[in-house]
Design a protein around this ligand. Structure first.
Ligand code: ADP
Ligand code: MG
Length: 528
């Protein structure tokens, strides 16, 4: 296919150089179609799925249009979440790497406003912000918007879903009508069309929708469940298919929180991600998911937008998505780069009709499956174990063990079958316990809800003082000192409480740490 290339664009050389530096070889379809039109100055509505390079699509023409000598805001990019605002600002900075004196600033709630105002006054030309915070600055008149010639609404569908419609309208009404307005969205529901009609001038609509909406290498199943059985069914599927990395989608933030708690309670390495979480917490969750410590990420559609993790083995629609397109977005998280993936969807009652619409919309084969029984779970575990045994038997070198079993069987008058069965039974019980490593945090006798009480084998006799314990934990694990709870120092040992979600990290960090010259051991306290 002959797509125009970055080098053919009539833009500043420095931008072309930055694009090459970023390693982009060719334009994505939305870039090839939209950038030339945006460069001409037209308003554009761009629809393409997540991960198709929409940021560079608007960022390249905008950077080309910024007057570096004018130290005033010239472009405004509105994003639904601070995470996205930061991501977009980063991408723009990379593209502006070789352009001297172009300043990009992300602004969002939670940041100290006085500091933001100072930064804004220092000659920022491109503002990337969340609607609420932008409105704030407009109201306070801390920023002059009179030189803004380009406005972008990024992830417009998400912003409307999050209830930002009025804010967006206020923002757009406060900016000179002679501006260029660009709107990007992964989906195009009616409210978006209304917005473009009202606030854009003869917009060109550019859609790049994958022809094959769902990829054939994703196996798609659905289960008819009752709400109160969902956690159990999810657990069984996790045990049977044993995905290394999976994403579970819920429709609400509350749903995410509740499910994470349930899964953690059952011993799964699950963590949640949603819009109400503090940035530091989200960063921590994403880091843990990337390095494999968190195996199950429970997320809302909005929060999952920013995730760029490739090796997802399975996607669970714990709640049926509200929008047909969301189904495609969600399951598109798995089966990437030619790998196979699995998608499991839970359907409650009349939701089967909605599922029928989804099937029709994406022309997908989503097959109904019976809910796996506990026996199925065990059977599957046995299958895995036997596969493992195949390997060991093939490798040979079992003579020594055979003679040990032989002695045992003869001595006790057992059959070899008895012994094999006993091993299997024991192994199955073990894997069951193995699945609940986090149980040791369940009852440590912590006073405060959500905390884990840790035991440290030094105390007053070793001259340990609260500051020493606090310093060691904060210093070694990097968690803020204020997260550390009560510290209770006895003669020869100490109890300290830390939040459950960092307890693993603290335990890891405290291995081989010295306190008052003594190598200490830290473990979850036993509550008797
Ligand atoms: P979207 O906004 O459509 O979800 P992004 O703009 O966040 O997608 O882009 C997704 C990723 O693809 C980013 O890491 C970005 O740097 C990268 N990317 C963008 N354009 C190209 C390109 N032409 N070639 C290679 N990678 C690209
Ligand atoms: Mg984007």
């Amino acid at each position: 296919m002959d797509r125009i290339q970055f080098q053919e664009l009539d833009i500043r050389k420095e931008i072309i150089r930055a694009i090459a530096d970023m390693g982009f070889e060719e334009m994505t379809p939305i870039q090839a179609k939209a950038i030339p039109i945006i460069l001409e100055g037209a308003d554009v509505v761009g629809q393409a799925q997540t991960g198709t390079g929409k940021t560079a699509t608007f960022a390249i023409p905008i950077l080309n249009k910024i007057d570096p000598k004018l130290k005033k805001p010239q472009a405004l990019i509105v994003c639904p979440t601070r995470e996205l605002a930061i991501q977009v600002a980063d991408e723009i900075r990379k593209l502006a790497k070789f352009l001297s004196s172009i300043k990009v600033l992300p602004i969002y709630g939670g940041q100290e406003i006085a500091k933001q105002i100072r930064s804004l006054k220092s000659g920022v030309q491109i503002i990337v912000g969340t609607p609420g915070r932008i409105m704030d600055h407009m109201r306070r008149k801390t920023v002059k918007f009179d030189q803004i010639h380009s406005v972008v609404l990024d992830e417009a569908d998400e912003m409307l879903d999050m209830g930002f419609r009025e804010d967006i309208e206020t923002i757009l009404s406060g900016i000179d009508e002679n501006r260029q307005t660009l709107l990007f969205s992964a989906t195009m529901p009616k409210p978006i069309m209304d917005l473009t009609k009202e606030y854009q001038r003869d917009p060109e609509t550019i859609r790049v929708i994958r022809k094959e909406l769902t990829v054939s290498n994703i196996t798609q199943y659905y289960y008819e469940v009752r709400p109160k059985n969902k956690v159990e069914v999810l657990s069984r599927l996790l045990d049977i298919y044993n995905p290394k990395i999976s994403i579970v989608f819920c429709n609400t933030k509350k749903g995410v929180d509740e499910l994470v708690e349930e899964l953690q309670g059952r011993g799964y390495f699950a963590d949640g991600l949603h819009g109400d979480m503090k940035q530091t917490m989200r960063d921590r969750v994403m880091k843990s998911f990337r390095n494999g410590r968190t195996e199950i990420l429970v997320a809302t559609d909005v929060a999952a937008r920013g995730i760029d993790v490739d090796d997802v083995d399975a996607v669970f629609n714990y709640d049926l998505p509200q929008d047909e397109e969301y189904y495609v977005h969600r399951i598109g998280r798995t089966g990437r780069a030619g790998k196979s993936g699995m998608a499991f969807t839970f359907v409650v009652g009349r939701e089967v009709y909605k599922l029928r619409d989804i099937k029709r919309y994406c022309k997908a084969k989503i097959k109904v499956q019976p809910i796996p029984s506990l026996n199925d779970v065990t059977e599957q575990r046995v299958v895995k174990l036997f596969e493992h045994l195949d390997q060991i038997i093939e490798d040979g070198k079992l003579d020594r063990y055979i003679s040990m079993i032989d002695d045992f069987v003869n001595e006790k008058d057992y059959t070899a079958m008895d012994v094999a069965a006993a091993f299997l039974a024991d192994q199955l019980i073990r894997t069951e316990y193995g699945n609940s490593k986090q149980d040791e945090f369940d009852d440590t006798g912590a006073e405060e809800e959500g905390m884990v009480r840790l035991f440290i084998n030094v105390g007053k006799k070793q001259n340990v003082r609260p500051g020493d314990v606090l310093g060691a934990i904060a210093g070694e694990s990097g968690i803020p000192g204020k997260l550390v709870g009560s510290i209770d120092i006895h003669d020869r040992y100490t109890f300290v409480e830390v939040p459950r979600d960092v307890a693993e990290d603290v335990l890891d960090a405290m291995k081989n740490v010295k306190l008052k010259g003594k190598t200490i051991s830290v473990e979850p306290a036993n509550h008797k």
